[in-house]
Design a protein around this ligand. Sequence first.
Ligand SMILES: C[S@@+](CC[C@H](N)C(=O)[O-])C[C@H]1O[C@@H](n2cnc3c(N)ncnc32)[C@H](O)[C@@H]1O
Length: 300
Amino acid sequence: MIESRPSLPATLDDVDGWFPKVDQRLFTWFLERQDRLGQSGDLVELGSYLGKSAILMGRHLRDGENFTVCDLFDSEAPDDSNQAEMEGSYATLTRTAFEANYRAFHDGLPQIVQAPTSAILDHVQPESCRFVHVDASHLYEHVRGDIQAAHVMLPVEGVIVCDDYRSEHTPGVSAAVWEAVAVDGLRAVCVTPQKFYGTWGDAKPVQDDLLEWLGAQDDLWHETQEVAGRRLVRVKGRPAPKPKKKNQVRELKERLARIEDQRARAQHELDSVRNSVSFKVGRAATALPRVMRRRRPPQG
Ligand SMILES: C[S@@+](CC[C@H](N)C(=O)[O-])C[C@H]1O[C@@H](n2cnc3c(N)ncnc32)[C@H](O)[C@@H]1O
């Protein structure tokens, strides 16, 4: 029997996962800014699923840096609640599928830790990273541990991104993120509808650069707010502008004119075929036997 394999993705849009466009833009901005400022360090993702965000992060890996992803993939979760999450949301996930997707965009694989995220510090050195994406379990105890591990892995100017910090179904993530802000010195740089971006360093210079960049992005909306006396930038995507009514009418008229032009040309071609000698001879040849049959006197 021939086994049918899913086709390989050609673009990030073809990869299943949870990585909105606005966050794709912001990941790129944060990672490119670090590059511009000469900040080097490793990249870590806790929770990769089929690789949507990992594939983008891997594009920013430079010589001498490591990228580590940590995910349970198709192995057992460390506790019943986590196992229920896995069966509810990621039942068909396999490591092989992640690897195939990642290889469709990159020559090599990242370092893969197929284990609970609580094992990450066995594989990544303290203060060795510049960017950590926390996107694994949604349970408070796990996320709290993941944020604490990120604090260990990042030097002071490093960037942490936490997914689902405000979703209705993930109150445990919200609790862990805001707890880190309230008691563990984490500073919010910005938030999008789905992700929280922060640092244990000085958020101000990052926010200043971000606001300057956002001012020039027509497809991104932003505002600043004070939260507990600290500046916070909110960012989200703008819906694509609808074409103006006047333009729509003009476009419709142009389409109509094109259709009328095609119809007139087809009519012209039909007329020239009908008037051609070969068409008339052909018609006469097929008409003759019919006329002869009609004229033939009845038999008997
Ligand atoms: C929301 S998905 C990640 C989405 C992905 N970053 C993307 O861009 O599409 C969460 C992932 O975390 C993994 N996960 C859940 N609990 C985990 C745990 N305790 N340790 C490691 N990985 C875990 C799941 O297997 C799943 O692949």
